[in-house]
Design a protein around this ligand. Structure first.
Ligand code: NAD
Length: 488
């Protein structure tokens, strides 16, 4: 059974702003309210932060709109230089940022450092892309009209982020917004506002014009977000979070015909074909399942394994998951931190109990939780219809099912309303390419357990979302097209 190390005394919180940033001014919420931010490993309050309401939301989007001319007036070279300074500052302050991520979100510090490097990469990538925003020139079919195509900043943006990657999710939105010349209002998740506040301070210290990035922390997301959307000043929403909330916000944005990028939930299949390299598949499975304690939209949710390989694969994954060190993220050797909150623990326990009721077998884990710490768990013989095959698990729980024919594996993989990422392990190139073609997801990891990087167009199909973050596609999300018709 998994041993839980008791959380050692938490390191002290790095210095971090705790007020709103509106129009270049750090200030309390209009109503003077605050709300607590918890350390999920201990349940203790780390700090109180400003609790914005509708008045602050209106001020913030007004400040963003007012900053539009100053940001648009920055030359591409100056926008690129600003982004490069932010990239450098993130790398220089990696230890401080990583500790902050671990304290408010819970992930092991080594993973938090990885998140800082990943976020810095986005500022670097979009610094380069800021210089390459191009246009197009063509002739009308009659040859009588010149067509001059330009790309311009969409305008003020509302950026709404989840708690699971407190730095990376903001970076994936703010970096392309600045590159394109869009000011923004960032509304971080209530569980993890601190990293966003420090990121905003770093961007400010790197020389961003006042109002280019505004931050509203709040325990009332529905009020604040709907006020910004309802203001009519925001021209775009970029949202990362659950499909459920995404649908609500899409409906609100439709009233203003706003541009939207929606990075929503996932239910990733991880297919291991009979010709897979077994060791590589176990290694990839561990990464795809256990990164961020399983709390990732890209987390492998369903393992679909060729019948002939299933016993060995299951043993390999169970051995590796069972050997992981469950501890507070800042403790030496921590590999599995706590879940984000009590509701997440209750969901984990409900999903395990439902699977066992339906005849699943525990290969490792499954024991009682300890506070917000749960044991990495592998289940075999998971029957169709079991809740964890249909829901986003968001925890260190790996259900294994088996298949005989490739077609059955693809059908099972696609049998979900989600379509974010699929993973395939095979040594047959033709099969790999065929499956990439047949899998209904925005991304496919072929013999890799992690797909995301700054150059890649991250995003989903079906109910996993609209639009892409990263790559050239990530910048296009913040640009409108204007064309001028000019006689020849
Ligand atoms: P969530 O939808 O509960 O919250 C996301 C954000 O929306 C938070 O900032 C929250 O405060 C805000 N919010 C919540 N209710 C709202 C409402 N009624 N109106 C306006 N805003 C509201 O999601 P979460 O629990 O923070 O994050 C986990 C989810 O995010 C998972 O479904 C995960 O798959 C998804 N996610 C997706 C990606 C991706 O790139 N596709 C990346 C990370 C996480």
């Amino acid at each position: 059974m998994t041993a839980f190390a008791m959380p050692a005394l938490a390191p002290s919180l790095p210095a971090v702003p705790s007020t709103l940033l509106v129009g270049g001014r750090w200030r309390p919420a209009a109503g003077g309210a605050t709300f607590p931010v918890d350390n999920p490993a201990t349940g203790e309050t780390l700090i109180e932060v400003a609790d914005a309401d509708a008045r602050d939301a209106r001020d913030a989007i007004r400040a963003a709109a007012d900053a539009q001319p100053a940001l648009a007036a920055l030359s591409p070279a100056r926008r690129a230089a600003l982004l490069r300074r932010v990239e450098a500052a993130l790398r220089e302050r990696a230890d401080e940022l990583a500790l902050l991520i671990t304290l408010e979100m819970g992930k092991p510090i080594t993973e938090s450092r990885g998140e800082v490097a990943y976020a810095a990469d986005f500022f670097g990538w979009f610094a380069d892309e800021a210089l390459r925003i191009g246009g197009d020139y063509r002739l009308s079919p009659s040859g009588l009209t010149r067509i001059l195509v330009q790309h311009k900043a969409v305008g003020p943006c509302l950026l709404v982020t989840p708690w699971n990657f407190p730095l990376a999710m903001g970076a994936r939105k703010i970096a392309p917004a600045i590159a394109a010349g869009c000011p923004s209002v960032l509304k971080p998740a209530e569980q993890t506002p601190l990293t966003s506040l420090l990121l905003a301070r770093i961007i400010e210290e790197s020389g961003a014009p006042a109002g280019a990035v505004n931050v509203v922390t709040t325990s009332r997301p529905a009020e604040v977000v709907s006020t910004v959307i309802g203001s009519g000043l925001a021209r775009k929403l970029s949202f990362t979070g659950s499909t459920e909330v995404g649908k609500l916000l899409l409906a609100q944005c439709s009233a203003h015909v706003m541009r939207t990028s929606m990075e929503l939930g996932g239910n990733a299949p991880f297919i291991v074909c009979e010709d897979a390299d077994l060791d590589a598949a176990v290694e990839g499975a561990l990464l795809a399942k256990m990164r961020n304690v399983g709390q990732a939209c890209t987390a492998a949710n369903r393992f679909i394994v060729a019948e002939s390989l299933a016993p060995e694969f299951t043993r390999g994954l169970a051995d590796r998951m069972g050997a992981m060190t469950v501890a507070a993220g800042w403790q030496d050797g921590a590999e599995v931190g706590p879940l984000i909150d009590d509701a997440a623990v209750a969901k984990f326990e409900r999903l395990v109990a439902d699977a066992l009721d339906r005849g699943a077998a525990i290969e490792v884990g499954g024991g009682p939780s300890n506070g917000r710490f749960v044991a990495p768990t592998v289940l075999s013989d998971v029957a169709p219809g079991t809740a964890l095959l249909d829901e986003e698990i968001f925890g260190p729980l790996a259900p294994i099912t088996t298949f005989r024919e490739e077609e059955a594996a693809v059908n099972a993989a696609n049998g979900t309303p989600y379509g974010l990422v699929s993973y395939v392990y095979t040594r047959d190139l033709e099969r790999a390419l065929r499956m990439v073609g047949n899998l209904a997801s925005g991304m496919v990891g072929v013999n890799v357990g992690v797909v995301s990087n700054a150059a890649a167009p991250f995003g989903g199909v079906k109910q996993s979302g609209l639009g892409r973050e990263g790559g050239l596609e990530g910048l296009a999300e913040y640009l409108d097209t204007t064309y001028a018709a000019i006689p020849v």
